[in-house]
Design a protein around this ligand. Sequence first.
Ligand code: AMP
Length: 308
Amino acid sequence: MSKLLAVGTVAFDAIETPFGKTDKILGGSGTYVGLAASQFGVETGVVSVVGADFLDSDIKMMNAKGINTDGIEIDPNGKTFFWSGKYHNDMNSRDTLITELNVLEHFQPVVPEKFKDAAIVMLGNLHPLTQASVLDQMTEKPKLVVLDTMNFWMDIALDDLHTVLKRVDVITINDEEARQLSGEYSLVNAAKKIHKMGPKYVVIKKGEHGALLFNEDKMFFAPALPLAEVFDPTGAGDTFAGGFCGYLAKTKDISFDNMKNAIIYGSNLASFCVEKFGTQRMEKLTANEVKERLNAFKQLTQFDIEIS
Ligand code: AMP
């Protein structure tokens, strides 16, 4: 089992979907990554910043899940990062209504001593310079650096994103963002271009249509589990990434073949995340539920065909 270090937002979200609306609830890329990784029992540290308005009970909840929060700074003079989004009827696309960076604006991440030698580093959705600063603090070169980003950072910090991408092994990105980053409509061509920017592995998330993994000429596809009820897709991408990294940290095997399994584990966890608003489902998820659904996943994707 290896250590996992994740940097990302720990946030308040206000979400609107066709099924309802929430006021400020717990969210953030770092929160979702941490909760997903906690399913694997790996030592996970989250680096982030929150304001004085953040709830101690949320920190306690993360600690109870085994997430180390020593790297979450509490800025007594600031407000927690706030994001608000509204989903369209198909639940696959959303509009960002509000992004208030607040304490994130001047955030200087500090990696706790204990996590400076983490084997896997997950650079969750954040300003690329903040992501780079985490890598600068590692005392040992991580075995695997995984980066997630979004259009927001491509729009305002593209050059910095290109610089950090040179230090990254795996990028997880959604289809729309892969197209924006590469300027290519075909995801195969987009992955080829993104490879050239640095990451040897490109994971393209396609929401309810699954995820693709590219590595040089190799390609793998995992579907998303078709669900009867999707309440809120927020955090599904980060949960996927947390599951992907958590599995790799647990198994200590970063081969392409094992990454296929990591993608299945990530997709499996993301399928839970969307069943309730915010982090609710991930907070209550049990190991048995995860196992059961993995079996359903296996049956969904397994077939025997004779090719003559
Ligand atoms: P996902 O649905 O996986 O893309 O992640 C949603 C989470 O990302 C929400 O909980 C937000 O708090 C967080 N988020 C939204 N915008 C940003 C941003 N620009 N940078 C970092 N995190 C963000």
